[in-house]
Design a protein around this ligand. Structure first.
Ligand SMILES: NC(=O)c1ccc[n+]([C@@H]2O[C@H](COP(=O)([O-])OP(=O)(O)OC[C@H]3O[C@@H](n4cnc5c(N)ncnc54)[C@H](O)[C@@H]3O)[C@@H](O)[C@H]2O)c1
Length: 340
């Protein structure tokens, strides 16, 4: 029988793309999302792509009783816990909002997974847990530094909650996935990043500027010690990222994971600078982007990219898409989104 997977944050950006990959790999995803940064209508596009109508619960994961009743009703084989608030700047301004939402939701998802004997628990973490690293590539054993924001700290604390609660004799095994910079959209152009709050990541800022939603955009500093002076990040296509969740689930459900908890970096292992990303956009779309070079932004890490060897060896995960694919799919989605 098809294994049933709870996807918290299922109508969000990465959650909705992962639902597609889960369906394509024979799983039955069930979505839970309170719509704080997404719209459940995205599941209509998911149905168009996959032919499957996904069951959805419009529930706040911080509401323990409402979440518990879902665990009682459904019998989950796995939980992928995406639901979180994720705006770094907002988290600095409203730390309690972030602690309350991200920690309580993780606590409930984790506690109920253990209580109901869910076999696999997958957690969305972030390269932000590494803090301001001194050198790249970053491996999973690179020591974690100060998280630099309440958002980052909620990811570090989420990881610690898992470390403290998933023990050797636990029925539940866990995987912590540390994403680098997810970007791009599904190849169909039917779904992509569609936050109800303002987009802050580089790729949607580029596409929104190009389509005219923003008059221009800023490149924050071109005097860093990098090859062209702008900051370097590791952009990973959202469908590559989505597929890593399916492989992570399988490694636990198929009893390949011997230890209670594993941690994997997910990036493509090569950094692209802000200016390189802009040039990739210009080259795949043939369109010049209106941007200005401004002062450095406080708190920006100079360069961070992943060593993903562990995910490659242990999960047989290999990214298929490059930065041009990311920009092409993100642009197709932006055009489609502007007509909605
Ligand atoms: N996108 C990135 O750049 C990035 C990078 C690293 C890690 N992550 C992590 O990946 C996960 C998914 O991120 P995303 O980019 O898809 O973000 P997103 O905002 O598109 O998706 C998160 C979803 O969670 C929902 N949600 C938030 N709090 C909730 C709650 N209490 N109950 C129910 N639903 C709730 C939101 O409505 C949203 O649909 C998050 O945990 C995020 O921190 C994202």
């Amino acid at each position: 029988m098809s294994k049933k997977i709870l996807v918290t944050g299922g109508t969000g950006y990465i959650g909705s793309h992962t639902i597609i990959d889960l369906i394509e790999n024979g799983f039955t995803p069930v979505s839970l999302d309170n719509g704080i940064n997404s719209d459940a209508s995205i599941l209509e596009q998911v149905e168009q792509i996959t032919g499957v109508k996904v069951k959805h619960y419009a529930v706040d994961l911080c509401d323990y009783d409402a979440t518990r009743s879902i665990f009682e009703k459904e019998s989950f084989d796995g939980v992928i816990h995406f639901a979180a608030l994720k705006a770094v700047g907002e988290s600095v301004a409203y730390p309690f909002k972030y602690f309350r939402n991200n920690l309580n939701s993780t606590l409930n998802a984790l506690e109920l997974s253990k209580e109901f004997g869910v076999k696999a628990f997958i957690f969305s973490s972030s390269c932000t847990v590494y803090g301001n690293v001194e050198s790249s590539p970053v491996t999973e054993s690179t020591p974690l530094m100060d998280a630099a924001s309440p958002y980052g700290r909620t990811k570090q604390m989420g990881e610690q909650m898992i470390q403290d609660t998933i023990a050797e004799n636990s029925l539940t095994k866990a995987i912590i996935l540390r994403y680098f910079n997810p970007a791009g959209a599904h190849i169909s152009g039917l779904i992509g990043e569609a936050p109800t709050n303002q987009a802050l990541n580089l790729v949607p800022v580029i596409t929104e500027t190009a389509i005219g939603k923003r008059p221009s955009m800023s490149v924050f500093g071109t005097d860093y010690p990098t090859r062209d002076g702008s900051c370097i990040r590791d952009y990973i296509h959202v469908m590559d990222l989505a597929h890593a969740h399916t492989l992570a689930l399988k490694s636990i459900l198929d009893d390949q994971q011997q230890i209670p908890i594993e941690i994997y970096n997910l990036g493509i292992g090569a950094g692209a600078s802000v200016l390189e990303v802009i040039h990739a956009f210009e080259s795949v779309t043939g369109q010049a982007l209106n941007y200005v070079i401004t002062e450095r932004r406080p708190g920006d890490v100079v360069a961070i990219y992943a060593n993903y060897e562990k995910a490659k060896t242990q999960l047989s995960w290999e990214p298929k898409y490059n930065i041009e694919d990311i920009m092409r799919t993100a642009w197709d989605w932006e055009i489609k989104r502007s007509k909605l």
